[in-house]
Design a binder for this molecule. Sequence first.
Ligand code: BG6
Length: 486
Amino acid sequence: MSEQNIDLVIFGGLGDLAGRKLLPALYQIERSGLLSERIRLAVVGRDEIETQGFLKYAETRLKQTLAAPDWSDAAWGKLARRFSYLSLDFSNKKHYERLKAWITPERVLVYYLATPPSLFGPISQHLNDTGCIDAAARIVLEKPIGHDLESSRVVNDTVGRFFAERNIYRIDHYLGKETVQNLLALRFANRLINSQWDNTCIDHVQITVAETVGIEGRWGYYDQVGQLRDMVQNHLLQLLCMVAMEPPNSFAADEIRAEKVKILRALTIIDASKVEDHAVRGQYSAGWIAGEPVVGYTEEAGCTNPHSKTETFVAIKAHIDNWRWSGVPFYLRTGKGLSEKVTQVVIAYKHHPHAIFPDRQDAGMNRLVIRLQPNEGIQLEMASKKQSLKDRLSLEKRILNLDFFDAAGEVRIPDAYERLLLEVFKGDQWLFVSREEIEASWHWCDSLIAAWTAEALKVHRYSAGSSGPAKAEMLIERDDRSWFGE
Ligand code: BG6
């Protein structure tokens, strides 16, 4: 694809997301020489500062965020020259004239909305009304897209009135992670793995996204949302799709997205009759994490409801109703305030049908553990003969290890936002979420929420710094299985 002249306009450029993710990503792309000379950048914010004021802020922020060895005056100088700052009240249509004066019609316009979703509609409308959009203009939306199926439709319809679906880039930053893309390589570039990837060989799958952080000062937002909407509806279901989808015909965006939608639509609905056995909700209470005392969820700053029943942990036993995965449970769990930060997928293989090793020592020997963060890598657990003259043919578990993480820190794994921005510039949607995916995943989550509301599913307390509520252990142990690592 030939390079295009692009104007990237970031709404909310002084906000938290821009400071933590977008500015560092743009800087790293610049530093690695991948930011085309043909890209100009505008940051749009409410504050009345000039471009010089913004650059001062951005430099300080970047120096705080980046690892010291990553700093280069030359790279920053190059990036800084691309920026303009435009002071603009998002809700004031007249102010968009300032933007109109900055954009150049023959360039591809990309609007990145790092703003609350409630502004997606009004900003799109004002961009349209002031002539800041043409047929090729792209828009990048951060999650959440709605809080249920209905509200997601409203957001998508509103934005869709001004931007064609092919120009709407819905971010799920997990898709930008190198290791998540590596799932595609692992599955589809390795015949060995691919040929064993179904219910004839796989017993069950575990997907864990555990975080040590709490709700990071976002009580007001989070309490309306909870862990299912914050993490499962998007990140965990996207991971599940990457693990479960059929091989796409190619890596073209439409092909991949069509396969993911099929999986989301095949998820068995967890209704009120099943919810007690298929879902566990939890909420952290005070505890200790890494030697530091941590307050409970309802003692967090900003808490307005000390009796809140919002879940900060959820574990789910999911099923995919299709040929490949029939009978294979997918155990999902995610929570905040847990003992460690880890994102991993575990593929547990079936036992052999016939026992020829004494005491069924071969049982449960094969597991593929895909660590997505931190310490990215893949481990394959295998049975091997114990090297001993005493034992006739005893087995032990040995591990084949593939490390992507470089403990010496010489190889930097790019952040998800670097990849995603580059794909937006290229105009390639393969790592972005389609409207159909959003709707299918909301449909499944809405049913689960309706079921647990109808059954008043208990919210189990767990101490911050633990591995979640004991009930989550039972969810899997009831099936004679256990969470990996416990
Ligand atoms: C965000 C959630 O989408 O993902 C946060 O809103 C969560 O609550 C974050 O902490 C986790 O992302 P990562 O990349 O740190 O695993």
